[in-house]
Ligand binder design. Structure first.
Ligand code: MLT
Length: 421
């Protein structure tokens, strides 16, 4: 076994090196504290691996994204969302029998308990859909028999996973109808997953929209140890139930630094459009340190040259808008911003190029999805990824997530608040 050596106060400590299947190297410090009394510190865990995983591989330098070894470009071109979901969760592309069975299992859960519908209806119509989604998913645990989440069987997974996939779609669509003051449209088992979602939302099926959503959901399906997947894994490591764990993912994704960015991008493009569409003016504002304006949808923590998903979505933007006959000035603004940013040394030096959130909002808007629902669309796409990460963690028998800290507060002192006695 290869080892790494750390010298601390003149003493050398060895730790094993873990080499991944794509050549990534980690120093396994799981025994560092026992042997040295020391811990490592890495705010935001940007340089810390939480696990080994065989689900998704990202090569940030070369803009590579693969699900279980399959390139995202090929999956978008040749696969479909439920096949990709099954690939992520099981590790292999399902044969036609397994895929049909998975679809039928999802259809078995094609109605939400009335109590969940009441929870959705109990929210004000201007409530943010991510708060409704998180609440309704958490509440699902009140309707499923309790299980030992440290020892789930195949039958358990075969029930929990399809029910979760079905629930996220129905909750999102019901909440849209509630917010519009419309009657709920129930799931129709004669329709495929995306067409059913469209029908539950708009009361009619549009194959072009369903096809576009299928690709968008594939693009969002997983992204290794991102913030929301980590939140779902942390909850799962405590053996919280699947609904509580997935709701943890939803809550983390809601943040504007994460999944909430797609809503911020379209709000930025709309603001530039309202201000006359002069995107060059906003490029200069973004470069001006004294100006609080920042370009949303540019750059990425992991990708150092381009986000492969943004390239695919950009191409899809034209196709979807042309198919739908939608003329959207924000698309022209987005393309103008991208063109300038990809040439301007300020952005090139800082690796600020469009990421997955930059174009997705334009398509969602063309599909008729309200802006405050864009992150819900991200959550529907990411659900199989969260499930796959959560299932892998349970299958690895991973310890409960319990990071350490370096205390920087006060030393021991005696209580002396006499006046409050
Ligand atoms: C994602 O897809 O989760 C986002 O790109 C964020 C990330 O990977 O950190």
């Amino acid at each position: 076994m290869s080892v790494g050596k750390i010298e601390i106060n003149g003493k050398t400590h060895e730790a094993p090196l873990v080499i991944g299947s794509e050549g990534e190297v980690a120093l396994d410090i799981s025994k560092l504290r026992a042997s040295t009394g020391m811990i490592t510190l890495d705010g935001g865990f940007k340089n810390t691996g939480a696990c080994t995983s065989s689900i998704t591989f990202i090569d940030g330098a070369n803009g590579i994204l693969r699900y279980r070894g399959y390139a995202i470009e090929e999956l978008c071109e040749k696969s479909n969302f439920l096949e990709v979901a099954k690939l992520l969760v099981d590790g292999e592309l399902p044969n036609s029998e397994k895929l049909t069975n998975f679809k039928n299992q999802i259809k078995k859960f094609s109605s939400l308990p009335d109590g969940i519908k009441q929870i959705i209806k109990s929210f004000p119509t201007n409530a943010h859909p991510m708060g409704v989604l998180s609440s309704a998913i958490s509440a699902m645990s009140g309707y499923m028999e309790s299980k030992d989440y440290g020892n789930l069987s195949k039958d358990d997974y075969d029930e929990l996973i399809p029910s979760m996939m079905a629930a996220v779609k129905m909750i999102a669509a019901y909440n849209y109808r509630h917010n519009k003051g419309l009657e709920f449209i129930d799931s129709n088992n004669d329709l495929n997953y995306c067409s059913d979602f469209i029908n539950m939302m708009f009361g009619k099926v549009d194959e072009d929209i369903a096809e576009a959503l299928d690709v968008l959901f594939i693009l969002h399906a997983d992204h290794e140890q991102n913030c929301s997947a980590t939140a779902a894994r942390v909850a799962g490591s405590a053996h919280a139930n699947i609904y509580a764990s997935m709701a943890s993912g939803v809550n983390a994704l809601w943040g504007p630094r994460h999944g909430g960015a797609n809503q911020k991008v379209i709000e930025m493009l709309e603001m530039i459009e309202k201000d006359g569409g002069d995107y060059q003016k906003y490029i200069e504002k973004a470069k001006d340190k004294s100006d609080p304006f920042r370009l949303m949808g540019f750059g990425h923590r992991v990708y150092k040259n381009f986000d492969p998903r943004a390239k695919i979505i950009k191409g899809y933007c034209e196709t979807v808008l042309n198919k739908l006959g939608v003329k959207d000035p924000t698309l022209d603004i987005a393309k103008g911003l991208e063109e300038v940013a990809l040439k301007d040394p300020y952005f090139v030096e800082r690796k600020l190029y469009p990421n997955v959130d930059f174009y997705s909002g334009i398509i969602y808007r063309a599909l008729g999805i309200p802006t405050n629902m864009f992150t819900v669309m991200f959550a529907i796409g990411r659900m199989p990824g969260w499930i796959a990460q959560w299932k892998e963690l349970l299958g690895q028998g991973m310890a409960i997530s319990r990071p350490r800290q370096i205390y920087t507060g006060s030393g021991l002192r005696e209580y002396s608040n006499i006046e409050n006695r």
